[in-house]
Structures are given as structure tokens and as C-alpha cells.
Write a protein that binds this ligand. Structure first.
Ligand code: AMP
Ligand code: MG
Length: 340
């Protein structure tokens, strides 16, 4: 199959919508990462999403809508959902709500809950509206690869497997949406993202964070978020995180790197001078930039066949929690403390 890569405009949007209505898949930009969209009401299209990505069938998909009032067609809406939607939609927040039967079970991997999101990216919303259908869309990467933050990343992973990629430029957030379970008594973040637990708590009073966000699942432990069972964000390189005071972290990383020729360093911009004379990649000035750059840099390491990466740990608060969640999983939870 030929894969077209077109800038997102009126013409490509209508081509995309026609493909979706025929049961085909289209990759499209959102503010978080690129999504691989298919008609959420069409079981065959949804099955194709799993097949094209090589995604395990037990990992459910997020359904995307373009206006608030659609939500009640697909799930049992609540007052709390309304408060959160008023505060954070359109935006990078996915709400878990009880599923209505119109959504096929293949979308939710057999679960009674549905993950629903209204993205803020203008091109994404125009695409969804042009389709006039709820769109099931996981990240548009091959399963196990970092999520795509550019149309070129999608092309690398899915060339020849889908008919169309809509190019809307680099993703603004760079990390996948916050997944928030509001079917339990206290809202709980299952996957951290740009809408932080602190922000959610400001709106609904409290917000828990699932334990599996920052540590591996224990044997026999179940998780509410099936995605947490799988090793996402797996770079080819072995990655280790180092936490502690900034000077101690830098000294530890320098010691390690000096023994391992070819090893790379991922550091916040302000700390880059601490690694003078070594190969350092700049995560940026703040957690916002770190989120934007992380998957891009991990993919670059894969392309360059980098074998070893040492990365500074970030404080796990605000957006830092989302960055650390992705980093910790990429590192298979190899987190060391400098100075010990
Ligand atoms: P992706 O779209 O590739 O970013 O993945 C969607 C994420 O949302 C995965 O981590 C899923 O496990 C999670 N998710 C989607 N639907 C549900 C659901 N019904 N219950 C729990 N987690 C879900
Ligand atoms: Mg994904």
C-alpha cells in the first residue's frame, strides 16, 4: 500500500475523512502525539488498528470526539465528568467513564469503561468533525516504539501499512494524554500527562495517582490501566536514571560515561555545562520542553544505534511526573541515587 504524507489542509482533510468512512485508517496530529485513527463504531476498522500497530488486544483505545455534547452518546456522563470537561476540554485529558453498548468491546479490550478525549489541536478537531464519527486512535507508532511526535516518525513506523498521514508539524505537548479514571470514588491518574494531578485536584477536590505510575507492577498485581502492563517507550539503548543533588548527579554520570565510550547523556539545559567535554543532549529549559523533546531524542538514539544512555531524573511533580513516568519505563525502572 502506498502511504501518502500530506500537509493538513482542506483537501487532505476531506481525503482523510473519506478514507475513514470507508473503514480505512488515517494518522493525524494532536497536541499530545500523532494518533492512528479509525471509525470507533466499525469493529473491522478497529481490528485493523491493533493489527497495523502490532498492539496487544488487551490494551484498549481512546475514543476522540470534537465537541462536548457527543460524550453522552458513548458513555454514562456524570457531574464530575462535566466539571473536568469544563476545566480541561478541549485538551490533553482522557476521561474513563462507563461505556455505552454502541461502542464495540474491541475498542475497550472487553472493559466496561471507555476512555474518551476531546483534543485541542485545531487540525485534529477539523479532522474529527470532517469524519463525523467517533474516532478510536492510539498513538500512531509501532507497538513498543516511542510515540510519534512528528509525521516523519509515523512514516518511519507505519509506511506501507496505512494510506494517509496528515502532517500538522511537531506535537506541542510531546507526551500522551493524562488518563484519569473517574469511575472510582476518588479520581485516579492511571497515566500522567500534561493535565497534572495537582490541576485535577483543584477542580474536583482530590486526585490519586496509581502506584504503577512510578514503579513496576509486582508479580500477580493487577492494574486498572492495561497499558501499564506493557513495556512502552522502549529505546534500543540501555537507559539509566540518576537522582539526587544536581552536582552529585553530574559527578555520578560523568564517572559512568568516562568508563563507557559512546555512552550519551540526557540533561536539563541548565546542567549541560556540568558535563563539559562529553556528548550531552539537552532536554531543554523546563519540564515543558523536556516533554516535547523526550520521544524525539529517544528515537534519535535508536536511529544512531546508541547503546548506553545516562539521564538526569526530574522532580516528579507537575508535568515532571509525566516525563519521569515515560523515562522510568524506558529505563525499565533502573533509577539510581547519586552519592550512595
Ligand atoms: P495510547 O492511545 O496508545 O496512548 O494508549 C491509550 C492508553 O489509555 C493506554 O495506556 C490504555 O491502557 C489506556 N486506556 C484506554 N482505555 C482504557 C480503559 N477503558 N481503562 C483503562 N485504561 C485505558
Ligand atoms: Mg501508545
Amino acid at each position: 500500500m502506498e502511504t501518502k504524507l500530506l500537509p493538513l489542509d482542506v483537501d487532505s482533510l476531506s481525503q482523510g475523512a473519506a478514507l475513514i468512512r470507508r473503514g480505512e485508517l488515517v494518522a493525524f496530529p494532536t497536541e499530545t502525539v500523532y494518533g492512528l485513527g479509525g471509525n470507533a463504531l466499525d469493529e473491522a476498522a478497529v481490528a485493523r488498528i491493533f493489527a497495523v500497530k502490532g498492539r496487544p488486544a488487551d490494551n484498549p483505545l481512546i475514543v476522540h470526539i470534537w465537541e462536548h455534547k457527543q460524550a453522552e452518546q458513548y458513555c454514562h456522563w456524570s457531574e464530575q465528568a462535566q466539571q473536568l470537561a469544563d476545566a480541561f476540554w478541549p485538551g490533553p485529558l482522557t476521561l474513563l467513564l462507563p461505556r455505552k453498548p454502541i461502542i464495540p468491546l474491541i475498542v475497550t479490550a472487553g472493559l466496561d469503561t471507555l476512555a474518551l478525549r476531546l483534543p485541542s489541536h485545531e487540525g485534529a478537531r477539523r479532522f474529527l468533525q470532517a469524519c463525523s464519527l467517533p474516532i478510536a486512535a492510539p498513538s500512531a507508532n509501532a507497538s513498543g516504539r516511542p510515540s510519534p511526535t512528528t509525521a516523519q516518525h509515523v512514516q518511519t513506523d507505519l509506511e506501507g501499512r496505512i494510506p494517509l498521514i496528515l502532517d500538522g508539524g511537531p506535537a506541542q505537548v510531546g507526551l500522551e494524554s493524562t488518563v484519569l479514571d473517574i469511575t472510582c470514588p476518588h479520581p485516579m491518574v492511571l497515566r500522567p500527562g500534561a493535565v497534572t494531578p495537582e490541576q485535577v485536584a483543584m477542580v474536583v477536590g482530590s486526585c490519586d495517582v496509581a502506584p504503577s505510575v512510578m514503579r513496576p507492577l509486582q508479580p500477580g498485581e493487577t492494574t486498572l490501566s492495561p497499558g501499564m502492563r506493557h513495556r512502552h517507550y522502549a529505546p534500543k539503548a540501555q537507559l539509566s536514571l540518576v537522582e539526587g543533588d544536581r552536582e552529585a548527579v553530574a559527578a555520578y554520570i560523568c564517572r559512568m560515561v568516562d568508563q563507557q565510550p559512546g555512552a550519551r547523556i540526557l540533561a536539563m539545559g541548565v546542567n549541560v555545562p556540568l558535563y563539559a567535554g562529553r556528548q550531552v543532549d539537552d532536554l531543554g529549559a523546563d519540564t515543558h520542553q523536556a516533554a516535547q523533546r523526550l520521544f524525539y531524542l529517544l528515537r534519535q538514539y535508536d536511529d544512531e544505534n546508541v547503546q548506553r544512555v545516562w539521564c538526569e531524573a526530574l522532580p516528579p511533580t507537575g508535568l515532571g511526573l509525566a516525563v519521569m513516568n515515560r523515562l522510568a519505563r524506558a529505563a525499565q525502572f533502573d533509577i539510581r541515587h547519586a552519592g550512595v
